[in-house]
Design a protein around this ligand. Structure first.
Ligand SMILES: [Zn+2]
Length: 315
């Protein structure tokens, strides 16, 4: 990839909150045909072609995926507040292969380089409990013990997300499909740092102008984070969208979705709301902020990258 065309980590300001993308990786990754089994090969290539090389390799065989979390900083009642949304795949864990191809996650280093000490983090929000969103929650210490990375933080997860993930982990062996729950979620519970949120009315307030909103489908309790207080809302949407072709056609879910139909319904709802409010969307696996527009007389949405709010920040 050409480094000159690579989107760089960036910051945007929303009222009192400054939001910074903390990137872990950006690379050609999953096979497009495996991610989008709903689409036939011709339709998939056409859909990928519409959005070009920012999101897929030139032969369209693989998706170019970013993986990132978001840092939210502000001052509330005179006190600095530091929140994180998703902690990426993180560093090595004892019972599984390194989660990244190059085995070394730069995510925590980049967070620290952005000026944040781990002990300053007040809140860690997980949009959902897939391995590439929770791995940074824990760090292997020199004695081989996994410890919470953010020892002073409350870790917030929707109860509807935690319960099925924990049940799967408890019923499958270590090193199995839910090993990341064992190594990146249960240690938080053991340390008394985990708070389960009941999104009974569909949302929960987690700070001034910050809400966690139920957005189920990708996983049972998948949630998104809304930050308000500026000119327009910001929505940190987790894995609601993996490629902009899902904005063109919200019916298209990815193979990793636990409930593709629920995922499609949620995507259509969130995108319609975002088109109405002018919200800026920040996804876990898309490199840049974007805004969506409803198509007149047609299903689906158009989108534009929202670069106007961006300011580069070295991290
Ligand atoms: Zn993900």
């Amino acid at each position: 990839m050409n480094p000159d065309t690579e989107p760089q980590p960036s910051t945007l300001q929303v009222g009192p909150w400054r939001i910074t993308q903390i990137r872990e990786a950006r690379a050609p990754f999953l096979e497009a045909a495996r991610v989008f089994p709903q689409l036939d090969p011709t339709g998939l290539t056409r859909a990928l072609d519409r959005h070009g090389d920012l999101y897929a390799t030139p032969d369209r065989a693989r998706l170019i995926m970013t993986s990132q979390g978001y840092l939210i900083q502000g001052t509330v009642d005179g006190r600095p507040r530091t929140l994180l949304v998703d902690t990426c795949a993180g560093g090595p864990k004892p019972h599984r292969r390194p989660p990244l191809p190059d085995a070394v996650s730069p995510w925590l280093t980049r967070l620290i380089r952005a000026g944040v000490r781990p002990d300053e983090v007040d809140v860690v929000i997980s949009t959902h409990l897939h391995h590439d969103h929770v791995g940074g929650n824990t760090t292997l210490d020199p004695d081989g013990v996994l410890r919470p990375t953010f020892a002073n933080a409350r870790h917030l997860v929707a109860r509807a997300e935690y319960e099925p993930a924990a049940a799967l982990a408890r019923s499958t062996p270590r090193g199995g499909p839910a090993e990341h729950v064992h190594d990146s979620v249960f240690p938080l519970e053991t340390a008394g740092l985990l708070d389960l949120l009941d999104l009974l009315d569909g949302d929960a307030v987690v700070g001034p102008g910050i809400r966690l909103i139920a957005a189920p489908g990708h996983t049972p309790g998948h949630s998104i984070v809304e930050v308000t207080g500026g000119d327009r809302p910001i929505l940190i949407i987790g894995d609601l969208i993996h490629h902009p072709l899902q904005i063109d056609d919200p019916d298209v879910s990815v193979a990793m979705c636990a409930d593709p139909h629920a995922s499609a319904r949620t995507r259509a709802r969130v995108l319609a709301d975002a088109a109405r409010t002018g919200a800026v969307l920040l996804a876990a696996h898309l490199p840049l902020p974007l805004r969506v527009q409803a198509r007149a007389g047609e299903a689906g949405f158009d989108h534009t990258l929202d670069l106007g709010l961006l300011a580069p920040r070295a991290c």
